[in-house]
Design a protein around this ligand. Structure first.
Ligand code: MN3
Length: 198
């Protein structure tokens, strides 16, 4: 068994003008594919070869196998990213909206906190909305790191590696984050993840 590259959940021009087809062709077709290909090359014939992607992420992190972990986590993070964006505007479910109010005051409070975290992440990484017994939180992770290995459950993510926005926004990470929050964020996906987390 090898890990497959899942299809994008929309056409590669579906997020235009906010994310160009050119960006998605590189980001999905080159970057995401390369993580999957490198992972498959690394796990062939190993103890990981029959495991699920989620298991490989957790096992390789615990074992300190950073090469396998980095490619596995990036493969998982990118699939989660594609679903965190939607060409159609979505609203949070009533349950998630209420949790957002509890943790951030209101949706504007969430937006401000998410943007601040995404801008504060130095270098490559990811910004996440997660849920745990303590409620909702925003966390950033460096490079390939992922909340999948923590006790919190990820609800949605934004890739803040430069390859995610440089073709469309050059060095303006702030405008990229604003656009994600205003135009692309898939609250239906986050709401489903929130419900599944109980
Ligand atoms: Mn990326």
């Amino acid at each position: 068994m090898s890990i497959s590259l899942p299809d994008l959940p929309y056409d590669d021009d579906a997020l235009e003008p906010h994310v160009s087809a050119r960006t998605l062709k590189f980001h999905y077709g080159k970057h995401h594919r390369a993580y999957v290909d490198k992972l498959n090359a690394a796990i062939a014939g190993s103890d990981y070869a029959e495991e699920s992607l989620e298991t490989i992420v957790r096992m390789s992190q615990q074992a300190g196998q950073t090469g396998i972990f980095s490619n596995a986590a990036q493969a998982w993070n990118h699939t989660f990213l594609w679903h965190s964006m939607s060409p159609v505007r979505k609203e949070p479910s009533a349950a998630l909206a209420s949790a957002i109010e509890k943790s951030f005051g209101d949706l504007d409070g969430f937006v401000a906190a998410f943007k601040a975290a995404a801008l504060a992440q130095f270098g490559s990484g990811w910004t996440w909305l997660v849920t745990s017994a303590d409620g909702l939180a925003i966390v950033s992770t460096a490079n390939a790191d992922t909340p999948l290995t923590d006790s919190a459950t990820p609800l949605l993510t934004l890739d803040v590696w430069e390859h995610a926005y440089y073709l469309d926004y050059q060095n303006d990470r702030g405008r990229y984050v604003d656009t994600f929050l205003a135009e692309l964020i898939n609250w239906e996906f986050a709401s489903r993840n929130f419900e599944a987390a109980g």
